[in-house]
Write a new protein. Sequence first.
Length: 498
Amino acid sequence: MFLTLTTTGTPTSPATDLGFLLHKHPDKAQAFSTAHGTAHVLYPEAGTDRCTAALLLEVDAVALARRGRGKGHGGAPDAALAHYVNDRPYAASSLLAVALSGVFSSAMRGVCHARPDLPEQPRPLRVEVPALPARGGADLVRRLFGPPGWAVTVEPVPLDTAFPAWGDSRYVRLVLESDALTVSEALRHLYVLLPVLDDAKHYWVSSDEVDKLLRAGDGWLAGHPEQKLITSRYLSRRWSLTREAMERLELVRLAEADDSEVEDIDNAVAAETETEERPAPLAVQRRAAIVAALQESGAARVLDLGCGQGQLVQTLLKDPRFTEIVGVDVSMRALTIAGRRLGLDRMGERQASRVKLLQGSLAYTDNRLRGYDAAVLSEVVEHVDPPRLPALEYAVFGAARPRTVLVTTPNVEYNVRWESLPAGHVRHGDHRFEWTRAEFRAWAQTVAERHGYAVEFTPIGPDDPEVGPPTQMAMFRNSTDAHDRKTGTGGKKEAEAA
């Protein structure tokens, strides 16, 4: 039972970079023990122009039979011979998928400490599986591997070449080719879809298989047209697990749909010629402006209040200057999606120590939020009913009282620049209001005066001379901190305190 993974080199990236990605040296043949045999990794060819890695799995059929999980026994006494005479040593199945995850675990996660730039780079890939059981035939193979981005070649294997009238077997020879996928994506596709095509697993499927499926399916399974079939077969048709997986995938799909809807309107422009470069989505510009303001403030410990599905938290985690990042949201559903987006369950200990997700309402004071350098309310205030704004104001500026507070909110005057937005409509169905620039400034200045902050305003997005920017941001600084910054005494006070 084996498969090969081949890549070709480019002027800037030799093909032997595959060794870095797989964490296996091209000049060595290595062997790894598995629960059902020995996995070998070797390189039939390893040059700068072309490099091939092969995974060969030697299955111990006797040991597999003794565990009572051999394929084909069916539980019937007269099928005992099938424990020993079956396709398990030869045809790609869940045995090979488990070997893939064990031998190439770092590559599947997209981790490469020696060359951290490599895992995110798509590269020319060719995967060959000589013997693949395909319950559903060649058409199903194409339907499964085509949507994630593979060019699929499937050759049915005849039952016997000497007797063509017998027809084809249920096995195929599979070749996958792509120039747009990463090695991590390729391995995760194989990990899920090999046992799906075999429609059987050699081990008992428990509830943790749902987490494995969603980890390996991150980024491609939620939108796959054969999602239901993949989920059902991967989980051995266990109805309760399949339902749980489908519900969690639907949450992911809805989250992605919400993001795309927001970014569609955020990225709208009045007129765009074919030669004009498409601008970055407003959501991306907004996060960049927030990060820049936090960096300028010197904040290290940051609250993301109303963090939603964790987009800003994810961005902040990429900057080591932010040593503690706390996302707070009233919705457990949003926090669950945020946790999956961040990959908290597979995050390293050091990185995990920097981030925390808390459920809480911004309408109430919360002692857990005291003592932070900065707090961000990004596109939050417009979701709060106006009578409850004073409660939010006190909870953030009066009780939590971070040194810096950033508030972003839509500028309703800019809405006329979006032809896709009907007149008189707000940008999102959950917005309770949208402020003009004057209304936002009046609210922010009142809040600043009431709680001892200084405030300044920054446009985000194109600043239209008539209607202003699409997003407006207020940066509140504790008055003492703002005075120290102007007079240059902040550093002196810190030194004296030290």
